[in-house]
Design a protein around this ligand. Structure first.
Ligand code: WT7
Length: 656
């Protein structure tokens, strides 16, 4: 976001009422109804969620205790209840929705598939049996490193069905990143494919998987199931690798769900934090599912006839909650697209909306900004009249992009839900109820019922002064919250609870509330970057850089970028001499490529600047604020008297 956008957000006064025809048909469509929900949640937080859990989840054995907070901040929800997530997403729809389309899929090359609930159930059962045959048992960890195809969802559902804990690794992550996650999760089996189609090319998932496993050496992971997607040749390791088709060929369509306790881990999903090592966010079964279901109803106003398209990859939390679980749990039809939004041209999303009559479209601001650049003509070529609701997620949306989305895509007929949440929160937390909440471009509006979001000062006191920034916190536990960091309870406490004495969950964002109580997310308070809606730790990128033989030291900061939101700016000190005038294009290319191999292409630094050393305080801490200011081309207000010499400052600024 540019400075002028920030200024315009601060002055944003436009208010958009829910369009009347939308309001008239919405499930929640009057303010009194919403107020009543908030009141119930405030009067008895636990009872509010317990009531929803009884209504929305099909239980094998009902729970008696809704919230167990004895070991806070290790909260348990509905702990003595038994259920199965896959049963809730599939089996319970079979009676009246067996032939309804669950997934409409389109590949980058235009291949399409329609899968009914009956078929999805059948394929999930078969694959679940294949997993069992491969020795996977309840509680085992399974890594999913797949293209964005229906089998990715089938694999996730199959794990849930037998109580195995999946950890999906985004297909854009490198072999190194995959290896770290397999190792940390202690995974037993890996599911991948012979490749993925992306941008007209093939992403070599199997080759990356092979490399990850070779880096691991003698690990516990000894089985790999490979989906044939692209059809090109990949080497298969005898005794270890098995084609998906062969693994499922003789499997029965019948696989009774494993009834698990509500707190049984459903999945681990790795995300970046302030340190170099990504953390495994662990989610539980029932509470997570409840968050997914309630937000599908409240925020997306889901209806039986909707075609719901969330463009996120299943490798991110958005793809978990709003592709693989939430929409299926409520019996909706989802749309899945495998490829890039720009193939064959930047009209692909709009073409897909027209062709598959998408009614709810949910994407990231970075995608909107990127497609907006191509002008209004591309979307104008398609009939977008099936759309009735639009959503955004992942980063603040600048008012200009919001208005374009509203006008050019939504034709001023569709409410926009700007949803604030995180990998850790499991489901939308602060978002409009589209039939009730007036929206403001750039604001995620107000907390959902049962979500005690607040903005507090350093002492933990609620900030009531309008527009005064503070820490975004959640004051009460909620069912879809993370349970811990896999294998690291202490880090869970330190990261999210220590700051405010274990009383509030610390989101890691700063925010302000305006005079109407609307929330405006201001940015991260830690060293986490948001690059195209993807979370990246500055230290992760720094570790990758210093792992290169020529690099002695590196410091990474974010700078605003019109499309990506934030771009990655790296300051590098070489082991040898600084290149003449600070320019070495070949090395810069090499380092960018190196980071892509270490983490993934999304982590490639946009700028690399070479200096003789990095600015540090007397105690040896890197002066990040100074580096950030320089990266943004801002005036330097910091005290630079500790810098060894002025020449360094000029080098950092790219002036010498
Ligand atoms: C961080 C979480 C949860 C889905 C995708 C990202 C930022 C998320 C918004 C929004 C402003 C947002 C926050 C948050 N963020 N949604 N609507 N407005 N910022 O999940 O990778 O866990 O990242 O994304 O900074 O902390 P994630």
């Amino acid at each position: 976001m540019s400075t002028s956008d920030i200024d315009s957000i601060l002055q944003e006064e436009r208010l958009f009422q829910p369009p009347e025809h939308f309001r008239a048909q919405a499930a929640i469509n009057d303010a009194g109804q919403l107020q009543q929900m908030h009141r119930e949640a405030e009067e008895d937080h636990t009872a509010f969620w317990a009531g929803l859990a009884r209504r929305e989840i099909t239980w094998r054995e009902p729970f008696t205790t809704a919230l167990d907070d004895r070991a806070a901040p290790f909260f348990k929800w509905f702990a003595d209840g038994k259920m199965n997530v896959s049963f809730n997403c599939l089996d319970r729809h079979l009676a009246d929705r067996r032939d309804k389309t669950a997934i409409v899929f389109e590949g980058e090359q235009g291949d399409t598939r329609h899968i009914t609930y009956g078929e999805l159930h059948q394929q999930t059962c078969r694959f679940a049996n294949a997993l069992k045959n491969a020795g996977v048992e309840s509680g085992d960890r399974v890594i999913i490193y797949m293209p964005m195809v229906p089998e990715a969802v089938i694999a996730m559902q199959a794990c849930a069905r037998i109580g195995a804990i999946h950890s999906v690794v985004f297909g854009g992550f490198s072999a190194e990143s995959l290896k770290d996650r397999i190792e940390d999760a202690g995974a037993k089996l890996l599911i991948t494919a012979d490749g993925a189609h992306r941008g007209g090319k093939i992403v070599e998932l199997k080759a990356a998987a092979d490399k990850a496993l070779s880096l691991l050496g003698g690990n516990t992971l000894d089985k790999v199931i490979v989906l044939r997607r692209t059809g090109h040749d990949v080497p298969m390791v005898e005794g270890r690798d098995l084609w998906w088709d062969d693994a499922t060929r003789d499997c029965s369509d019948d696989c009774p769900p494993e009834w698990v306790g509500a707190e049984h881990p459903l999945f681990i999903l790795y995300t970046s934090g302030s340190t170099g090592k990504p953390k495994g966010i662990q989610h539980a079964s029932a509470g997570y599912l409840l968050g997914a279901i309630t937000t599908m109803r409240w925020v997306f106003d889901i209806r039986p006839e909707d075609i719901y398209w969330c463009t996120a990859d299943v490798g991110w939390i958005t793809g978990h909650t709003y592709v693989a679980y939430g929409p299926l749990a409520v019996g909706a039809t989802i749309m899945m697209y495998e490829g890039a939004p720009t193939v064959p041209d930047a009209g692909r999303f709009w073409q897909l909306c027209e062709r598959h009559k998408v009614s709810i479209f949910y994407t990231a601001p970075t995608a909107i900004r990127a497609l907006m650049k191509f002008g209004d003509e591309l979307p104008a070529q398609y009939d977008l009249s099936s759309l009735r609701l639009l959503g955004t997620v992942g980063e603040p949306i600048n008012p200009e992009a919001w208005m374009w989305y509203h006008r050019v895509i939504g034709k001023e007929r569709c409410p926009i839900v700007d949803t604030w949440w995180q990998t850790e929160t499991g489901a939308n937390m602060i978002a409009p109820i589209p039939g009730v909440t007036p929206t403001k471009p750039g604001s995620c509006t107000q907390p959902l019922p049962g979500i005690a979001a607040d903005v507090v000062d350093e002492a933990g006191n609620s900030i009531t002064t309008p527009d005064k920034g503070g820490y975004l916190v959640i004051r009460k536990p909620w069912p879809s919250m993370l349970r811990t960091i896999w294998g690291d309870d202490q880090r869970y406490v330190d990261t999210y609870w220590a700051k405010f004495d274990k009383r509030y969950y610390l989101a890691g964002d700063s925010a302000r509330r305006d005079k109407d109580g609307y929330f405006w997310i201001m940015g991260r308070i830690d060293d986490v970057l948001n690059v195209s809606g993807h979370r990246l730790g500055t230290m992760e990128v720094e570790s990758a850089l210093v792992a290169h033989e020529k690099v002695a030291e590196a410091a990474v900061v974010g700078r605003p970028d019109d499309i990506k939101g934030e771009a990655i700016f790296a300051y590098v000190v070489l082991k040898g001499e600084r290149p003449p005038n600070g320019v070495d294009e070949a090395l810069t290319r090499e380092l960018r490529q190196w980071v892509a191999e270490q983490i993934g292409p999304i982590a490639k630094p946009d700028d690399i600047r070479y200096a003789d050393n990095l600015p540090k305080t007397r105690s040896g801490k890197i002066m990040r604020r100074l580096l950030r200011a320089i990266a943004r081309g801002e005036e330097i207000t910091q005290d630079t008297s500790t810098l060894e010499n002025e020449a360094i400052l000029l080098q950092l600024q790219g002036k010498a």
